[in-house]
Design a protein around this ligand. Structure first.
Ligand code: UDX
Length: 437
């Protein structure tokens, strides 16, 4: 099939490459000329494992092209809208400027029977509003909401082998003509056994926001338990292992630490609260304010713990922050708890050095006032304290015995509870985890 993908960021670039991998003829479109030039040269404009190899593989087949010209969407039967929905400046709601602009820009190029497929995370009600615009332009065209659940760092695998496909169609019916079109797009995915659910627009939109809210709640739940564990002298890691053995609870997303960040969970729960307020259902989501508050409290808590670890004062202390990305296997620093902690430490007088295997360029753009060092050994040298804030494998693998003589003071704060506390202590380190004795 001929497919256009509008928006080539973390979501769209991966989606375009994966659609070509599934055998379709794909054009990726973005307003950012630099991004398009990179993608056209089969280079990933951001770090995502497997993406560059996939780009090379599919571009060699001639099935994937990139352009800044939206008219290239003409002739495609299916148009995926994959643009961002960031948080509005100074407000909780989602900024729909890009979704609205992409849809409006696409309208002149729609042919009868075309299917516009929204993948961006949007406030409930957006799909039906956009469907009316599409149909006013092209009465036989369809708009489907097909939320994307990919995780950064696993984006290629998650797109090719999703847990489920959700199609939100205007009448919520299996017989909707758009369902057959999307089934054709996802033939390979469906034939490998991926379940698919057909529903209406608002339910499809809510599936995504509800899923992200649940994940955020799970993380904040365990971080709240970490606060209680700290007060009671208990160990939140063992607590998570034990409650996670109950199938109904599950161990995933129960890692206590410095909390969640990134371009999705924080802004999605806020946009969800804002939208519920508009709908008169704000009481239903007041708990998400607490989820957000617990999460933000983690950052302050880590700064306090770092001060404790440094004998009560951060002034002039050389603190090395291991990790800047919001999670490992990504160079994304949007709302990264690690970077926000690094900035707070510096504001409180610490001499901070931040290192990360992939995210330093993005980090320096966002926080130019911080000091960055790409070489881990150099970053660690003569530190008064190490703070592990993003659990990249290379930091998990650090050898406490060989590092003990490299630093000025062997103090480590494990912001992700991933180090072997007993081993680090045995090597002479003052080890602190979060929610652990
Ligand atoms: C999330 C959803 O998982 C994904 O389904 C959706 O499509 C987009 O938002 P992503 O933002 O890529 O994906 O990251 P995710 O793996 O969910 O992690 C989010 C944050 O939570 C990270 O900062 C991570 O470090 C943190 N986290 C995750 C924890 O603190 N503890 C955990 O147990 C799990």
């Amino acid at each position: 099939m001929r497919i256009s993908v509008i928006g080539c960021g973390y979501l769209g670039a991966v989606h375009a490459a994966c659609m070509a991998k599934l055998g379709h003829d794909v054009v990726g479109i973005d307003v950012d000329d630099r991004k398009i030039q990179e993608l056209a040269a089969a280079r990933a404009p951001f770090y995502e494992p497997g993406l560059e190899d996939l780009l090379k593989e599919v571009q060699a087949t001639g099935r994937l092209t990139f352009t800044t010209d939206l008219s290239a969407a003409e002739g495609s039967a299916v148009h995926f809208v994959c643009v961002g929905t960031p948080q509005k400046k100074g407000e909780n709601g989602a900024d729909l400027t890009y979704v609205d602009a992409a849809t409006a820009g696409l309208l002149p190029y729609l042919a009868p029977g075309d299917v516009v497929v929204g993948k961006s995370t949007v406030p409930v009600g957006t799909a039906s509003r956009l469907a009316r615009r599409v149909q006013a332009q092209q009465p036989t065209a369809h708009l489907v909401w097909n939320p994307e659940f990919l995780r950064e760092g696993h984006a290629v695998a998650d797109t090719l082998h999703p847990d489920r496909l959700v199609y939100g169609v205007s009448d919520g019916s299996e017989d909707n003509a758009a369902v057959a079109v999307l089934d054709e797009v996802y033939t390979a995915t469906l034939s490998s056994g991926t379940p698919r659910l057909v529903t209406d627009h608002p339910t499809a939109e809510l599936v995504k926001t509800a899923a992200n809210s649940f994940l955020a709640t799970k993380i904040s739940f365990i971080n709240a338990m970490a606060e209680v564990c700290e007060a009671a002298g208990a160990d939140v890691t063992q607590l998570a292992d034990a409650i996670g053995m109950d199938d109904r609870i599950g161990r995933k997303f129960l890692n206590a630490g410095i909390g969640f960040g990134g371009g999705c969970l924080p802004k999605d729960i806020r946009a969800f609260m804002a939208r519920a307020g508009e709908l008169g259902a704000d009481q239903a989501l007041t708990f998400l304010r607490e989820v957000d508050a617990i999460n933000m409290r983690r950052r302050t808590r880590v700064v306090e713990l770092a001060r404790d670890l440094c004998d009560g004062s951060l002034l002039g202390k050389r603190v090395t922050v291991l990790g800047a990305a919001f999670k490992p296997e990504s160079d994304d620093v949007r709302d990264s708890p690690a970077l926000s902690i690094a900035a707070q430490l510096q504001l409180q007088g610490a001499v901070v050095t931040v290192t990360d295997p992939k995210a330093l360029t993005n980090a320096a753009r966002r926080f130019p006032e911080l000091h960055y060092e790409s070489d881990t050994s150099t970053a660690i040298e003569k530190a008064d304290a190490l703070l592990l804030l993003t659990e990249w494998q290379e930091y998990r693998d650090l050898d406490p015995y060989s590092l003990v003589d490299v630093v000025s003071f062997p103090r480590v704060l494990d912001g992700r509870n991933v180090l072997d506390a007993a081993k680090w202590r045995a090597a002479g380190w003052n080890y602190r985890g979060l929610g652990r004795p």
